[in-house]
Design a protein around this ligand. Sequence first.
Ligand code: KG4
Ligand code: ZN
Length: 384
Amino acid sequence: MKLLSIETSCDDTAISIMEVTGGATNASFKILANVSNSQINIHQPFGGVYPVLAKREHAKNLPILLEEILKQTKLDKKDKPVDVIAVTYGPGLEMCLWEGIVFAKKLAEEWSAGGRIKKVPVIPVNHMEGHVLSVFGKDKGKFKIPPIKFPMLSLLVSGGHTQLVLTKKPARLNSRSGGWMDYEIIGETLDDAVGEAFDKVARMLELPYPGGPHISKLAEEERQKKNKSIIKFPRPMLYSKNFDFSYAGLKTAVLYFLKKNPKADKAQIALEFENAAIECLTYKTAKATEKYKIKTLIVAGGVAANKHLIRELKKVIKKINPIRGHEGSQRPSASNGTRLLFPTQGLSGDNSLMIGIAGYLNFIKNKKKVPKSETIKATGNLRL
Ligand code: KG4
Ligand code: ZN
């Protein structure tokens, strides 16, 4: 069947169409087209996402992107081009989420009209489940969901989230969990998200929005020059006895340091900030991996694009599994140790392919109880 997926939770408007087949254990995806519009240039002058502008851009771009994707796939708008629609309903900026949801409902209505026997169902998708499942996708061609070994741990790192999520068992058809699998949040940030800290520190250093990639680039260059960090920032909650995180103190430490040392080297600050921010993530992730004897470790969300994070995680995983060893890869291997999975470049930031993956898996799991589309509501603070 053909599945259209829509993502508008923040500052990316994205639509894709995939041909999807198979059941929960052999779901198979073929990307027919994938289009998106990033609003980075619009929000850059504000140093962050300006919600009213974001909403307006989504409203403007959704119909344009739909026309574009129908043209690319040569599907006819008047002839029920897809069988299912998946749309993000949270978490995110509520007014932005509504744009995607209302658009999805309108299309479903249009394509279900005219005495058609089969209605086009709208599947509400949790954006964070999309990030978790993004590691199984590709940004071109075909892919399948491979067998997953449990327990599974997901480190979700984005502009709004820093969470460690435990999944003990595989999905069961028709189980009552709100998603494809069961997710238990075992730790999360008590204040700022790690991506948010990257963005705020970037702003202090007068780097453009979103700041994560810019900080990371400066820090990587400094490492390549073999320059060691001469500044010391705190690693908040590193040794706390739980799996929670905190980034507000680290951000404030950078602010005070800059006030005292306005002429300090930006690259040195970026290096030490990145070291500190990433060490908190890898330390707690390693502890949880050990405690729960994790077989599959997923890292997803915008910050999963951070090279230092993936490199450091590979190191800690090797330490946990010294005999079997392990290599982080996007493709699962036959290793018996902890397998590290992270998304390809095109799937780490917000995208609609991950919404399509999660939407389809939820659809086949809960086929008998597709929600009535009028019950789907934007839920800004939706939890996994
Ligand atoms: O998942 P995402 O695209 O949107 C949200 O759902 O928040 O994540 C965006 C976040 C931003 O804070 C951005 O600065 C951060 O991901 N980011 C990075 C890198 N690339 C994106 N942070 C650190 N290093 C990167 N290479
Ligand atoms: Zn996201």
